[in-house]
Design a protein around this ligand. Sequence first.
Ligand SMILES: Cc1cc2nc3c(=O)[nH]c(=O)nc-3n(C[C@H](O)[C@H](O)[C@H](O)COP(=O)(O)O)c2cc1C
Length: 163
Amino acid sequence: MIRISVIYHSVTGTTKRMAEAICKGASSVNGVECMAFPIESPDAEYVKESKCVILGTPVYYASMSGTVKMWFEKTRGQFGLQGKLAGAFATADYIHGGGEIAIQSILSHMMVSGMMAYSGGGAYGKPVIHLGPVGIKSDIESYVETFRIYGERMAMKTLELFG
Ligand SMILES: Cc1cc2nc3c(=O)[nH]c(=O)nc-3n(C[C@H](O)[C@H](O)[C@H](O)COP(=O)(O)O)c2cc1C
């Protein structure tokens, strides 16, 4: 079984909900299992064994939350991130609130960690997810399907690369 870890920061539950939707999609791919962890307490062994790590953030000030940025700075080397497939997602209050900037910033941090950034982009057609999925809190249930599909795409690429 190929493992995928979804690590999220969530204070009011929105990003957690989307992490679960991604995991549901990833787990639906044969040969892949997925677990979602709050950023405060990931299972280090499971993350280390994962071939793909997907990180989720609430958008704070049009960027990743301080907690997510601190995670990179504090856990350097701890999870053996190098060589793994990398994905990122965000939730926000506003469609123009900076979701994609937050995702891009996380993907940059992941590349600095030696990871391989991926989203599927426009290659699969609709829903087109260029950098990673962004969900808007006030209408979050309407984004579940897009996040599920994103999880499925990340899992298929993980399987293709590492299966
Ligand atoms: C300190 C702070 C800064 C925020 N900044 C933004 C922002 O720049 N753009 C935006 O769209 N939403 C912003 N939000 C809203 C959160 O991104 C949004 O409510 C998110 O879905 C919360 O995720 P959670 O429920 O997982 O904690 C901010 C919220 C907080 C607490």
